[in-house]
Design a protein around this ligand. Structure first.
Ligand code: 13P
Length: 235
């Protein structure tokens, strides 16, 4: 399974280092066999070798250059980062990243052999328009993306479930993941209000290959408990 923490714009560099070291020692001590990823804020990126893989929440599709406020491959390479999140709903909706921009980013980091966690998911009004409309919307987020890329992981994160405490029903998650499985062989993570109290149930669902956790992953202890659940399920 794949257990990933998206720390978003949280924790300082010092706190992130402590966080990663706590997760690393837990994963080692408990012989966790899942792939465990941590995505810190850009200023907290760090060279980490061990069981935990540190990835970038975002980067610009460039080696370097004049892109104020962005980082590129050169800055990731300095820390040995080879994993990136692309298409997170906060980047699509708050930062206005278009599908065209995401395709460029995807292709650039694909060429460099990065592991890419590509996020898809619908806003509430699309969800409320029915299953078919929702799947059409999500299908558009697959446009231009090489779904056969060997280092691809998909994260299904309904926008309305992110940070709200709301989640789709288990039946809905199973049905949507089943549809998405028809599009590619890539593992599919579920993300959106996953917490210690529901993580085991979500991880156990058919078609769920892991979780991408935001708020509830900010405490290393909670994130480690979720890693333990994955271990217990032994999927
Ligand atoms: P929350 O777990 O805080 O709902 O966030 C999910 C998410 O956006 C992970 O990328």
């Amino acid at each position: 399974m794949i257990i990933a923490a998206n720390l978003k714009t949280n924790l300082t560099r010092e706190k992130t280092a402590k966080y990663i070291s706590e997760v690393e020692s837990y994963v080692r001590k408990n012989s966790i066999t899942s792939e465990v990823f941590v995505f810190p804020a850009t200023s907290s990126l760090t060279s980490h070798t061990g069981a935990v893989v540190v990835g970038a929440q975002n980067a610009y599709p460039t080696i370097n250059g004049a892109f104020t406020g962005e980082i590129g491959y050169e800055q990731l390479e300095e820390f040995g980062i080879k994993t990136i999140l692309i298409g997170h709903s906060e980047r699509r909706h708050l930062l206005g990243e278009t599908q065209e921009e995401l395709i460029k980013k995807f292709n650039f980091y694909k060429e460099l052999g990065f592991k890419i966690i590509y996020c898809v998911g619908e806003p509430l009004e699309i969800r409320e328009a029915g299953f078919e409309t929702m799947m059409e919307y999500i299908s558009k987020q697959y446009e231009g993306i090489d779904v056969t890329y060997e280092n691809l992981i998909i994260a299904y994160e309904p926008v309305w479930a992110i940070g709200t405490g709301l989640t789709p029903t288990s039946e809905d998650i199973v049905a949507i993941h089943a549809e998405l499985k028809k599009k590619s062989l890539a593992p599919i993570l579920y993300g959106g209000s996953v917490k210690v109290t529901n993580a085991k149930e979500v991880l156990a669902l058919d078609g769920v290959d892991g979780i991408l956790v935001g708020g509830a992953a900010l405490y290393a202890e909670h994130f480690c408990t979720m890693c333990e659940y994955a271990q217990e399920l032994n999927k």
